[in-house]
Design a protein around this ligand. Sequence first.
Ligand SMILES: [Zn+2]
Length: 404
Amino acid sequence: MKCVYCQKEITTKSSEHVIQNAIGGFLESENICCPECNLAVEKFVDKDFVKIFSPITNNIDYLPKRASTESCYDGQVMCAGQFYDAKFKGRKIISVPKLQQERKCGLDKIKGVVPKLFYFNLQNDVFKNGISKIAFNFAIHSGINPDFLMDFVNVEKDGFNVSSIKFKNLVIPFCPLNIVDSKIEFRNEIQLYHNLILFSNGKELWCYVDLFNVFQYYVLLSEKFESSEKVLRIYAQKCQKIPLSEKHYVEDLHYVKPKHISALLTIFGVTYEECKAQRKEGEDDFSLIRRVINEKIRKESVVSSLSDLVNIGGMVEFVDLLKNSSDTGKINLYHNFSFYFDENDNLIENNFRQYFIDGDGQVKFYPHEMMDVMQSDSKMIREYSSMKFKLMCNYILKTTALGK
Ligand SMILES: [Zn+2]
């Protein structure tokens, strides 16, 4: 197997996270690149990309704890009825320049400063690169031939070493274009999850990338795609702490006797070699294997069915929506609801985020319609994303120490 970036044969396996580890992506693939290019991707794509999400990664507890995850980010605070730009680090406000200037003192002397908002800077190549890489990784992980994908990837080499990696894919924002999608996106309680949907449409191959259920984009991966059947691959993963009730079997591992270890390895698909590579100093075999299996369970327990994540409450919700719609709205609502959910309220994965039904009853291809919206009504996209950011900021402020 060859590395997709440098084309060298992969001799030492290297695990690349499909969604960056620093933003909580758990899905890994050994079929993408060599160890050297893995480092190059980290340097040229991931390092700056993950900083964009600092307000989230610094404040939400589900990520594995690492001292290095504490970083700086910008936002706004309120003090005595006025808004001010502020700098944050980790879970603290570190400066409010204008306010400190006004009062000619340090932040510790100023009372009543309340965090209100965080900034997510998406208007740059760093963001596009990172989002495109996720789509690219997911396509390769799903078995798509890299030849279809390389048109949009620029790899520069300095001798044998990769000196730059850039993704040139078309990246289009998503916003809901029908009432059912609006309902899914604007639930009272924000649900934090990552979702990837890889799908083909004729000669086009697209990936819908949804990070934290807030940053939602279509990435065009190929315009020359060939396949005997329609491609559809879905990955969904929660980004929230798993309730204890779903973790009980992890605790049970403490009672496992050493003689059952080899059976456990088989059940969880872990090899002894894999465990040995992760050994901590002084750790005996039994504790090591138990720890590796625990970690595997933790990662797998966040992988969810997309149907569960987007479920809006089925028929009850539908009847409620129906009551409040106009006559033409009712028909469109009915069309799209039965287009997205079957009679048992399960999501119809073949349609979701790929197609919808417009006011004339026509089936439309979502990414193409979003391209039109981008050109004719970009205000609608801006308003949608600022509403989503607000939901995210409120979630952070409600659930973390910053808001207290
Ligand atoms: Zn390589």
